[in-house]
Structures are given as structure tokens and as C-alpha cells.
Design a protein around this ligand. Structure first.
Ligand SMILES: [Ca+2]
Ligand SMILES: [Ca+2]
Length: 243
């Protein structure tokens, strides 16, 4: 269990117990504030957060304490659409259906692959969902622990989150190359947890041209010689199945 941090405010809205059976349920906040809750999403359902200004503070965000998606984290049949909201997935096992970090990564990977899982309708060839723990982002003071996962719409390839993709990001990926159980801040742009040639090519291709193919598409002449490949995915510890 991760350490719980202090509260900075009161939740302004709860969405506990929301079940999306099919179609779309849109969470429309009534005011600026923190929303916490749990969702259950069945086949072909989408739980969509109303898009809003992207914020980087703890005064306005969505926090998921529990997530259940039919099909499980590796083959989800429903979706959470975070649009452009700063969203936090609470991994604290204080909650019954809180996902592990590996579960969150699997849901992001599935979203990238199939459009089911954790997705953003604001994602395109330039922007994707960045992810890292609150601790890694030096964030605290909200309703969950330091190991909770923060999701932010980020420029693909921008590992250091400074808004641009350049040689500094290449350096980040190069330094983390071969590491497992990593995050976006280390250059894991395809949610495998491992930093490999796929991630390197993502950032290298975007320096060469901002209008490149989707993540995972082949790019010419990769410059990394160490190939771990997607098959080297780490087996993440699953505290519990959310299937
Ligand atoms: Ca950058
Ligand atoms: Ca990766």
C-alpha cells in the first residue's frame, strides 16, 4: 500500500457507483474542483470526462479510486476517455477495485492498440496520454498516495514534459534504455513499461518530422543497436484481477 498524503481540499463531486452498460456516459462537473469515485464499464460503454482546461494543480482533477472494465485490463471491452483532463488513477489497495500500476499501463496500451481501455479523444499523431506516479512528478496533497498514476495529455516524445521534443528527450530515452517498470518520464511512450527501440524511434522520428505515423509504426534506419523488442515486456505484478 502506498503512503497516503495529506488532503488539500474537499472533493466537490463524487461519481461513485457509476455503471456504464453501453453507449456513453459523460461526467460533466458542476464547478471547478476535485472529483473522486469509482466506475464500472461494461461492453461497448464509454465513461467520458468533459473536456476542460488542462490544469497542473490539485484544485481541479478527476481521481479514479476504483475501475472495473468488462473484459479485464488486458482485453477491455469498454473505455474511459480522459479527453484533456489531468486525471489520477488511485493505486492504493485501500480500495477494492483499485488498479495496480501495471493494470493502468495495460489499459493505456490497450487504448493505443484497440481504442478500448484508457483513451483520449484528444490524442492524435502529436499528443498522447503521458503517465507517471505522483512521486515522480513531485506532486502531493490530494486524495491519494504518492504511487498513484497521473495521466496528462502530453506531446508524444516529450519525455521531460517541457513542451517540446528535442535532443534532451533523446538523452532521457538513451539513459533509460533497457530499463523495465518505467514511465513516460523515462520515455515509455507505448506503455510497455520497458524502454526499447520502439520508444527511441518515437522520439527520434518526431524530431525529424512532427507529422509522423502512429506509435509503433516502422520508421527507417533505427539508430539504436540494442534491440530488446516488444517481446521483452515485463510481467507486472497484479495485486488483483479487475476482470
Ligand atoms: Ca522535451
Ligand atoms: Ca516502451
Amino acid at each position: 500500500m502506498c503512503a497516503r498524503t495529506s488532503f488539500a481540499g474537499q472533493a466537490s463531486e463524487l461519481f461513485n457507483g457509476t455503471t456504464v452498460r453501453r453507449g456513453e456516459v459523460k461526467l460533466i462537473p458542476h464547478d471547478v474542483g476535485i472529483r473522486t469515485g469509482a466506475v464500472e464499464i461494461l461492453r461497448d460503454g464509454t465513461f467520458r470526462l468533459q473536456s476542460g482546461p488542462v490544469t497542473n494543480d490539485d484544485q481541479s482533477c478527476f481521481i479514479f479510486n476504483e475501475i472495473y472494465i468488462e473484459g479485464g485490463v488486458r482485453a477491455p471491452l469498454g473505455s474511459i476517455d480522459v479527453t484533456n483532463n489531468r486525471t489520477i488513477i488511485n493505486t492504493d489497495d485501500f480500495y477494492w477495485r483499485s488498479p495496480s500500476a501495471g493494470d493502468v499501463r495495460s489499459l493505456l496500451a490497450s487504448g493505443l492498440r484497440s481504442g478500448k481501455g484508457i483513451v483520449s479523444t484528444f490524442s492524435d499523431l502529436e499528443f498522447g496520454i503521458g503517465y507517471a506516479t505522483m512521486a515522480r512528478l513531485n506532486e502531493s496533497g490530494i486524495f491519494c498516495g504518492a504511487d498513484s498514476i497521473v495521466l496528462k495529455l502530453s506531446r508524444i516524445g516529450d519525455a521531460n514534459l517541457d513542451g517540446t521534443v528535442n535532443a534532451a528527450d533523446v538523452s532521457v530515452v538513451r539513459a533509460a534504455f533497457g530499463q523495465h517498470d518505467t514511465d513516460w518520464l523515462s520515455g515509455d511512450f507505448d506503455y510497455t513499461g520497458t524502454i526499447d527501440t520502439v520508444d527511441f524511434n518515437v522520439v527520434a522520428a518526431r524530431i525529424a518530422s512532427p507529422h509522423v505515423e502512429r506509435i509503433g509504426a516502422p520508421v527507417p534506419e533505427p539508430t539504436c543497436t540494442t534491440a530488446l523488442g516488444l517481446g521483452a515486456m515485463i510481467l507486472f505484478r497484479r495485486r488483483r484481477s479487475v476482470a
